[in-house]
Design a protein around this ligand. Structure first.
Ligand SMILES: [Fe+2]
Ligand SMILES: [Fe+2]
Length: 474
């Protein structure tokens, strides 16, 4: 169970470590200042129907109740320790998992933790204005749930920094509250976390695509030989699943509503669809192209000596490492990566160790494909011949072998002129954003009501009805 008596709820016996407890209690007010400054806009007095973890067991999420978000029980929850756990890959394979940071990996591990930690407050900042234009009270509650859990993910990483990295760690924890998404002078570390999330379609795309990158990164860190990191990330994954649910069902409900309107009115032209106040499938496709391409950049270079080092050192494993049937060393293994040569995309085998980023990107893409399949079934059921699809992996890339090239969604290498002639068909334009935002000019918060551009979900939160008062504005 989690100790809620302490100022900082935890299952790490924080009360036994006075120095650490004091350091975290010192960080806590700074965290609350950050939340009050750049957390969800104008939300601090609301009572929100949130779930809070009461234990770290799989069913430990049972507690729902009204909470003011600044009073949410953020805390430190790690998966319970397995005394027999080992390092499961790399040159240290077979050693007992590390309970303290091995000296030679100290700065690398700190960097890994800071980079993961930085994404958590970033997404809260990116989403902070969306409460003002929510399509329903149900959706408003869901975004707030995502926001408080991202806040807790920041706590999870800050705990590791404070507990295992001394003064450097404390300084990094302060910097995590100082950087700001999109800030010119002090931006967040990774590109996609500095892009604005200007509307609810972008939010649902972000939670579908970019939170899923979070899942894949956490899965790899959950394999880490550094046991406290592995246990922290295991627990974070239970929260991440909810964020991806919000994204997939959010886009799915938009697809459903658009299809209903198209069918009822026997229309298919985007301009006719827009005239009915819903989002045309072509615009949805352009949002997919954008969010998919900026998210797959997050996996880094196709060939990376850092990725190889993280693996060989036992710090960051592969997706589902312990379920894979190979030697978990990969010294002689190969993996295919693509590059652009002239006007052709060619694929060649390189060292599997160097290609670990690319492999993880491919694992991710497989899962995204099945999500798109579920959206397409909604369209198919409505009898509409349109299909959503993922653009080619090389489309609109800024990192890795495709960066600097112009690749069409079909995977054709283009000249800059050809790219410019078509980019408006492929990427959301200013007009697209303006149209989508015109649908979301204010809050829809009457009990049980949903904006015209999105279908209601099949069921409410925690078996509550759709017309439940998920947020009390007071
Ligand atoms: Fe997160
Ligand atoms: Fe998330």
């Amino acid at each position: 169970m989690i100790d809620y008596i302490d100022k900082i709820p935890n299952n790490v016996d924080l009360g036994q470590d006075r120095v650490l407890q004091r350091a975290l209690e010192h960080w806590q007010p700074a965290y609350l200042n950050w939340w009050n400054d750049v957390g969800p806009n104008e939300s601090h007095g609301f009572d929100v129907y949130l779930r809070t973890a009461i234990s770290v067991e799989p069913d430990g999420w049972a507690q729902f109740g009204y909470v003011k978000m600044p009073e949410y029980r953020w805390g430190i929850f790690l998966q319970p320790r397995d005394e027999n756990r080992q390092v499961n890959f790399g040159t240290h394979k077979g050693e007992p998992a590390w309970q303290e940071v091995p000296g030679e990996f100290r700065s690398t591990l700190r960097r890994i933790i800071v980079t993961q930690g930085d994404t958590e407050p970033a997404s809260v900042e990116q989403q902070r204005m969306l409460g003002l234009s929510c399509p329903s009270m149900y959706d408003l509650r869901n975004i707030f749930q995502v926001n408080v859990e991202e806040g807790r993910h920041l706590w999870a990483m800050v705990y590791l920094l404070h507990r295992y990295f001394g003064r450097d760690g404390r300084e990094e924890a302060e910097s995590l509250l100082a950087r700001r998404s999109g800030d010119a002078d002090n931006p967040r570390i990774l590109g996609a976390f500095n892009e604005p999330t200007p509307d609810w379609l972008a939010f649902f795309m972000f939670t579908f695509f970019t939170d899923r990158d979070g899942k894949y990164q956490l899965c790899c860190l959950a394999e880490s030989g550094f046991d406290p990191l592995a246990r922290t990330c295991r627990f974070m994954l239970t929260e991440e699943a909810h964020h991806m649910f919000v994204g997939e069902t959010g886009v799915g409900r938009i697809v459903q509503r658009t299809c209903e309107v198209m069918k009822e009115n026997k229309i298919s032209q985007p301009s006719d669809v827009r005239a009915m106040g819903v989002i045309d499938l072509e615009t949805l496709q352009r949002y997919i192209n954008f969010h998919f391409s900026v998210t797959i950049d997050l996996y880094g270079s196709d060939v990376s000596s850092n990725a190889a080092n993280y693996y060989t050192s036992g710090l960051k494993g592969r997706f589902e490492e312990t379920k894979l049937a190979d030697d978990h060393l990969l010294v002689d293994a190969e993996y295919p990566v693509s590059e652009v040569i002239g006007d052709k995309i060619v694929t060649k085998n390189v060292s599997a160790l160097a290609a670990l980023n690319e492999r993880l990107r491919d694992d991710y893409i497989k899962e995204v494909e099945s999500g798109l399949g579920r959206w397409n079934r909604i369209i198919e059921k409505a009898g509409i011949p349109f299909r959503l699809r993922l653009p080619h992996k090389g489309f609109h890339r800024a990192i890795g072998n495709f960066a600097g090239h112009h690749i069409s969604p079909d995977g054709v290498v283009l000249t800059p002129e050809q790219w410019n002639a078509h980019v408006a068909e492929w990427m959301p334009s200013k007009e697209d954003y303006a149209y989508v935002q015109s649908l979301m000019s204010g809050r829809v918060v009457e009990l049980g009501k949903f904006a015209n551009w999105i279908a209601p979900p099949p069921r409410g939160v925690n078996n509550q009805p759709l017309n439940f008062e998920y947020v009390r504005f007071n």
